[in-house]
Design a protein around this ligand. Structure first.
Ligand SMILES: O=C(O)CCC(=O)C(=O)O
Length: 250
């Protein structure tokens, strides 16, 4: 659970890197699960998820790759266990609690030397909600130093509220105004988890290192916070990860 200092940091900055929430040994097992899953999927489909806006706004991203899988808990049981692990959901409950509901998950592998960047954006336009309770937790399965394209944030930007985004090629902020390299890098080690509000401006650079960057993003909300648009549905959405669903009496 979070200390008062951590809570204060999150409230002021809109993000918090929690160090060593999971052990490096656990993360090594999950990293292997991810790479095995991507191997299985890539035999059957194109799993590149590079945003078109990344290719158009970042010169070096013309031929980069971003391997991905949404809703990983439908592919391997280990991920279901991770989603209800109280080390993760307890922190989420501290931030948005007392109850925590799953919105979606997505696993990313930024391959070595050519891992795609993410242009700066808020997650809000992808799935707006009334009370803005939505947060992401990015679980790091391996180390993510700056050269691997770690996530970068604009501290305090959650206080700006929803900003106007450009829809083309995935919602993003104007690249001439919001530079990835100007944002604050959040280098992480395997086992660290980065929590941030869906209003916090964030993005990430290219992976130019010799190793893959492997992460799982878990998007969570207060179950009493309704979506304002009927969009971004995914398998498993609505699962209660912590506490109860106070609105579900069926
Ligand atoms: O994993 C990253 O580098 C950033 C992911 C991200 O910004 C997103 O999926 O919205």
């Amino acid at each position: 659970m979070l200390s008062p200092e951590q809570m204060n940091f999150y409230q002021e900055n809109g993000y918090l890197l929690v160090k060593q929430l999971f052990t490096k040994e656990e993360m090594a097992t999950y990293r292997q699960e991810c790479h095995d899953l991507i191997q299985r999927l890539s035999a059957h489909q194109d799993i590149d998820a590079t945003w078109k806006s990344a290719r158009t706004t970042v010169a070096a991203a013309k031929e980069t790759r971003l391997l991905h899988c949404h809703d990983v808990q439908f592919y391997a049981a280990a991920f279901s266990r991770l989603l209800v692990d109280e080390r993760l959901t307890g922190v989420a409950a501290d931030i948005i609690g007392p109850n925590v509901q799953l919105h979606h998950t997505k696993m990313f592998i930024k391959p070595p030397e050519k891992g795609s960047p993410f242009p700066m954006h808020q997650d809000h336009p992808f799935f707006p909600h009334k009370n803005h309770s939505m947060i992401a937790a990015i679980i790091h399965f391996d180390n993510a130093p700056v050269e691997k394209g770690c996530v970068r944030v604009v501290p305090g930007s959650h206080k700006l509220g929803p900003l106007e985004h450009i829809p083309d090629g995935s919602w993003h902020l104007p690249s001439e105004q919001y530079h990835i390299e100007d944002a604050v890098p959040c280098p992480a080690q395997a086992g660290d988890v980065l929590f941030f509000s869906y209003l916090t401006i964030h993005g990430s650079g290219l992976n130019v290192s010799e190793e893959a960057r492997t992460t799982l993003l878990v998007q969570m909300r207060d179950p009493a916070d309704p979506p304002t648009l009927d969009t971004h549905k995914s398998r498993g959405q609505g699962m209660i990860l912590y506490g109860i669903d106070p609105l579900n009496h069926a």
